[in-house]
Design a protein around this ligand. Structure first.
Ligand SMILES: Nc1ncnc2c1ncn2[C@@H]1O[C@H](COP(=O)(O)OP(=O)(O)O)[C@@H](O)[C@H]1O
Ligand SMILES: [Mg+2]
Length: 340
């Protein structure tokens, strides 16, 4: 649905040249909540703005719903943009207009009739649970309420795609949760595909099904949220994940393993519900003769599934350890190496 192929963006100013995006390829499918995470300056906003044509790539191609964005002009570009809603960190509301007028704005620009505008605005404000704020001004609203107005406005023309630029970064944790729940509802009930950029890993953890990590303009890692959380490859990704799930082996366990003199293998196993009702560990011990000691574990929710990670020590002969590894493969328990 959204396709970036080898996209680069270079900004040239009088004094310097910034390579904001370097050879980015990614693909967002219909129905995804796709998260792009990175530090400030990583190029996230630039990437997002490529999707609705606010920025044009220096190299590469952006395709949305089979349309090459760079080739759209005039009427076609305007029609295309109506299908893409956008929300912002600082809401971008018109302070001198009421909530009603803010939400009505895109409908007015699209030359809808007065009656149509009135019923649509009321429906939208009901959907975002702001029925009672219809005549308020932005300054009379909390941050969360302002973002709800921003969301209602973004949905006014029934877009199939919603772009979110740090939509929860100015909000406290509880308000963030309620906005994320609303975005989830928009995705599930209205079928809107969401591309969101953020520097907060908890946002990715709570609602995304896919994630890409952007660092200094390069895409360093991407995949399903379960895969990336389960086996992050780059140090940056690992650090982002540690902000939400602490899956680091305690030092005491590490030193025990380092000093262990017998034949051993340390693995991190992932359990995601598919095999929850099978006595995997007991079967592994019985079938392969290996001993298993459970060192550390966490359980979390990702992609709306309960996912557990167990770090285990396998003890036994080399053959037994190899047989146990094969056993986990056969029972579809993903396993990852552990650095000591
Ligand atoms: N219009 C512009 N002109 C010059 N440099 C820009 C422009 N827009 C963004 N940049 C630079 O591109 C880099 C990425 O910016 P941005 O996409 O806003 O990052 P992020 O959203 O991840 O914080 C930054 O170094 C920024 O200064
Ligand atoms: Mg930004």
């Amino acid at each position: 649905m959204i396709e970036l192929e080898h996209v680069s963006k270079t900004f040239r100013t009088k004094t310097n040249t910034v390579h904001a995006l370097k050879d980015i390829s990614l693909s967002v499918s219909k129905g995804d909540i796709f998260g792009v995470i990175g530090f400030s300056g990583a190029g996230k906003s630039t990437l997002l703005r490529m999707v609705n044509g606010l920025e044009v790539p220096s190299e590469g191609r952006v395709t949305v719903n089979s349309l090459s964005v760079a080739e759209l002009k005039g009427k076609k570009l305007r029609a295309f943009r109506k299908d893409i809603g956008m929300i912002f960190q600082h809401f971008n509301l018109l302070e001198s207009k009421t909530v009603y007028e803010n939400v009505a704005l895109p409908l007015k620009l699209a030359k809808k009739s007065k009656g149509e505008i009135e019923s649509r605005v009321k429906d939208l404000l009901h959907f975002v649970e702001l029925d009672d704020k219809i005549l308020s001004y932005p300054k009379e609203l909390s941050g969360g309420q302002k973002q709800r107005v921003g969301i209602a406005r973004a949905l006014a023309l029934n877009p199939s795609i919603l772009l979110c630029d740090e939509a929860t970064s100015a909000l406290d944790p509880r308000t963030t949760d309620s906005i994320l729940a609303l975005l989830k509802k928009i995705n599930r009930d209205l079928g809107v595909t969401i591309l969101m950029i953020t520097h907060q890993m908890n946002v990715i953890q709570q609602i995304c099904n896919k994630v890409a990590v952007l660092e200094k303009g390069s895409l360093i890692e991407s995949g399903s949220v379960i895969d990336v959380f389960g086996n992050p490859k780059s140090p940056v990704t690992k650090n982002f994940i540690r902000t939400v799930i602490n899956d680091r082996l305690p030092e005491s366990v590490k030193s025990f393993l380092k000093n262990y003199t017998g034949s051993q293998k340390v693995l991190r196993l992932r359990f995601d519900g598919k095999n929850a009702d099978e006595p995997i560990m007991a079967d592994a011990i019985r079938e392969t003769g290996v001993s298993i000691s459970i060192l550390y574990g966490i359980v979390t929710e990702l992609e709306e599934k309960i996912v557990g990670f167990q770090t285990v020590q396998l003890r036994g002969s080399e053959e037994q350890i190899a047989a146990a590894e094969k056993f986990f493969d056969e029972r579809n328990v993903p396993k990852f190496p552990v650095e000591l």
